[in-house]
Design a protein around this ligand. Structure first.
Ligand code: NDP
Length: 283
């Protein structure tokens, strides 16, 4: 039997309906809308598309959203000053600075300047630390979305062997922390891991976030596993694919997220959720 598809578009739609309703309640009660400020520096075409999608998603659920575009000649101090202003702007519950930033700007310094209570991307060390000690405030959007996908299929996480392939600060590491908090036994693999299949074949839950197209094939997956594919890669023919070879994996897995239409839509949805939660905390 082929794996069930965990559809990120359908799940996102359901969650965005819930976000719209909760937004309407805040607006009715306080006369204000949750606000998100999105900042982009430079002309990177992919980033331009991402920020437009984020702002559109905000409008669709009833948020107030501003998009500030700056040329890649912007000086770091000017960006930091603008973030500090937004930290004190009560109409903005969330601040998002689109990455990557131009090389002359220290991204770490920028992310640390965002007030933790407005850090809806969950990248500030205060939020990373809170997650590490098991008391998350803002969870990075992509792993947060992956956990919602797991919840949606009712697969028992407690006691499961979970393997996360990829250990970045924005996906792999926070994902591992969330799985650990949910009671899984977690293994994190990276590019130096020896004999990767020996780990992946032991996974009841396999999360892959490496940026290596189709690197996980069906023969590396335990029969009956849940496979969450975070990767987004563009092939030479222009098509998108994940880090998992979908065709061979779906013959073995219990359920699997497709690319596109899996984790991608969930990431923006969880950005909306974090912004809503920031607004609910403030009001
Ligand atoms: P990074 O490049 O920051 O991290 C990649 C991680 O994968 C590193 O930890 C690296 O190991 C590990 N890795 C690389 N090659 C291998 C290998 N052969 N075997 C095992 N581990 C390996 O990537 P991101 O975490 O930012 O993104 C990963 C993927 O997810 C990308 O395709 C990206 O486009 C996608 N993505 C998708 C999102 C979505 O919304 N769906 C959001 C964010 C990212 P090491 O630490 O040793 O270098």
């Amino acid at each position: 039997m082929e794996a069930a598809i965990i559809d990120g578009i359908i799940l996102s739609k359901q969650l965005r309906e819930e976000i719209s309703q909760r937004t309407a309640q805040i607006t009715k009660k306080n006369g204000v809308r949750p606000g998100l400020a999105v900042i982009i520096v430079g002309e990177d075409p992919a980033s331009q598309v991402y920020v437009r999608n984020k702002v559109k998603a905000c409008e669709d659920v009833g948020f107030h959203s501003i998009l500030e575009r700056y040329p890649d000649t912007l000086q770091e101090e000017a960006l930091l000053d603008r973030i500090k202003q937004l930290n004190h702007d009560d109409s903005m519950n969330g601040i998002l600075v689109q990455l990557p930033l131009p090389k002359h700007i220290d991204a770490k310094r920028v992310l640390e300047t965002i007030a933790p209570e407005k850090d809806v991307d969950g990248f500030h060390v205060a939020n990373a630390g809170a997650l590490m000690v098991g008391e998350p405030e803002f969870i990075p959007c992509t792993p947060y979305g992956c956990m919602k996908m797991l919840e949606s299929i009712d697969f028992p996480v407690k006691g499961a062997n979970a393997v996360v392939v990829g250990a970045s600060n924005i996906v792999g590491k926070p994902m591992a922390m969330l799985l650990l908090k949910a009671g899984a036994t977690v293994t994190v693999c990276n590019s130096k891991t020896r004999d990767l299949p020996s780990h992946t074949k032991n996974a009841d839950i396999l999360v892959v976030a490496t940026g290596r197209p189709k690197m996980i094939t069906g023969d590396m997956i335990k029969p009956g596993a849940v496979v969450i594919d975070v990767g987004i890669n563009r092939l030479p023919d222009g098509k998108l694919c994940g880090d998992v070879d979908f065709e061979s994996a779906k013959k073995v897995a219990h359920s699997i997220t497709p690319v596109p239409g899996g984790v991608g839509p969930m990431t923006i949805t969880m950005l909306l959720m974090n912004t809503l939660e920031a607004a609910e905390k403030m009001h």
